[in-house]
Design a protein around this ligand. Structure first.
Ligand code: MV4
Length: 449
């Protein structure tokens, strides 16, 4: 096992990884920008290095500075968290070249899954259902239009390098195709310096359901059930839950096996998430693979009792899974509420005040993952998420009740401070949410009512 690892991230996920390291008896090194000098995750670490000024490009995204920090502090491995360098194949390569273990999948896997049309081809090979569309990327407008004609309108044009909905366009008819195709290509070129696109049939009113997997270096792969992440706005998730209220034990088994087959076929190692669209008829389609720990991993931890971050570190250290699929049982229901420093009444504008009054809830069934304490100055440079509140009940109804109680206890006040807490409370009071009658359009509709 490692003696010391470096955490190449900030905020709540840095603290989460430091906790996992300490629970394994490993020392943790924090890196921080000048804006995060007084952060609690820095205090929680055994050693720390300032890696530059506030802008991420000069700190958390600067590979040279992070590798130097690992060399100076004698860290044997680097955990990238999510965002920043988490799915940067080049960074994983540089770690290997410097004899530092990258806690995550290999650079080859990051690369091959980073190209979504490529990942889709792997899914086909694995016998995993995909949305009907082009085999891989399309090489021209004419080729794209041909595929669209074959699968039938409406279609989705997607950037192979895409993510978060960027470089994605819906074309409703043949008349729209050329302009949508060109717009998707242009946006992809601008955002990813890669204009490769592929075509899919448009799936109406899908739910976003993703399966968590763990894979070791010895071809053992297990799934840890699914998360429903349909409650989102502009591809920013707001509420996630496990299990999905839209699945059944049979569907879970089928999706879980599909996720495992994908992982085995691609040679995936470490924790990962296989994303699916689930339609109204219970059909599921692979869309992409996330080669990292995700923000919402906590709901899976609550229902399985399995520490995903500890397993990421152990797998990277060469330890094989001692859990088999039959050891994994889902108990009760967990819901995660992302508490962002945003004004949801003002179109989610960032609200970067200083927190004067702060109180986090407690009691049975509650987990808070946060790096925020009293007098915290919400930085404008980074993500607006200040905490995750995760609740766990014996079933969905109880989880909702605990969620309301816990959200009611939260105090995050100060001049100019707004959070998503009131929105969460309003959603929990919405009959449609209570009835689990939603798809990915839910939040937009709810906000416009
Ligand atoms: C789709 C789709 C409908 N049909 N693909 C959005 C982000 C990217 N990861 C995949 N996305 C979608 N792909 C086809 N063929 C609808 C979406 C989509 C969506 C997916 C998951 C969660 C929220 C979403 C919001 C809008 C659109």
């Amino acid at each position: 096992m490692f003696k010391r690892i470096l955490v190449a991230n900030r905020g709540e996920i840095a603290l989460r990884i430091i906790r996992a390291a300490h629970d394994l008896g490993i020392e943790a090194v924090a890196v921080y920008s000048e804006a995060d000098r007084d952060a609690v995750y820095v205090k929680a670490a055994d050693d720390s290095v300032c890696i530059g000024p506030a802008p991420s490009a000069e700190s958390y995204l600067d590979i040279t500075r992070i590798i130097s920090a690992a060399e100076i502090t004698g860290a044997e491995a680097i955990h990238p968290g999510y965002g920043f360098l988490a799915e940067n194949a080049h960074f994983a390569e540089v770690c290997a070249a410097c004899d530092i273990v990258f806690i995550g999948p290999s650079p080859e896997i990051i690369d091959s899954c980073g190209d979504k049309s490529n990942a889709k081809e792997t899914a086909v090979k694995a016998g995993v259902p995909v949305v009907p569309g082009s085999d891989g990327a399309v090489d021209s407008l004419e080729h794209g239009a041909e595929v669209a004609e074959q699968v039938g309108y409406p279609v989705m044009i997607k950037a192979a390098a895409g993510g978060g909905g960027r470089g994605m366009r819906r074309a409703g008819s043949a008349e729209d195709f050329a302009s949508c195709f060109n717009a998707a290509q242009q946006e992809a070129m601008g955002a990813f310096d890669d204009d490769k696109v592929y075509i899919e049939k448009f799936v109406e009113e899908p739910r976003h359901v993703e399966v968590q997997i763990l894979a070791d270096n010895n071809s053992n792969v297990i799934h840890l059930g699914e998360r429903d992440c349909s409650i989102q706005r502009r591809h920013q998730k707001l509420i996630e839950e496990s299990p999905s209220p839209a699945t059944t034990p049979e569907l879970r088994k089928a999706m879980g096996e599909a996720a495992i087959n994908f992982a085995k076929t691609s040679g995936y190692v470490n924790a990962g998430t296989v994303e699916f669209l689930l339609d109204k008829h219970g059909n599921f389609f692979f869309i992409e693979l996330n080669a990292r720990i995700q923000v919402e991993h906590c709901v899976t931890e609550m229902v399985t009792g399995i520490d995903l971050v500890k397993w990421q570190i152990m797998i990277a250290a060469g330890i094989d899974l001692d859990i088999t699929q039959s050891d994994v049982t889902l108990t009760g229901h967990a819901i995660e509420f992302r508490i962002n420093a945003e004004n949801s009444a003002r179109n989610f504008a960032p609200a970067p005040g200083t927190i004067a009054d702060l109180y986090w809830p407690g009691g049975p069934g509650i987990r808070i993952d946060t790096h925020v304490g009293a007098n915290y100055k919400i930085p404008t440079t980074y993500d607006s998420m200040i905490a995750k509140l995760i609740v766990h009940g014996k079933d969905r109804e109880e989880a909702i009740r605990i969620g309301k109680r816990a959200l009611g206890e939260v105090i995050v006040d100060g001049p100019g401070v707004f959070t998503t807490v009131p929105l969460h409370i309003a959603i929990l009071d919405d009959q449609q949410f209570v009835d689990a009658d939603f798809d990915t359009s839910y939040l937009d509709t709810f906000l416009n009512e």
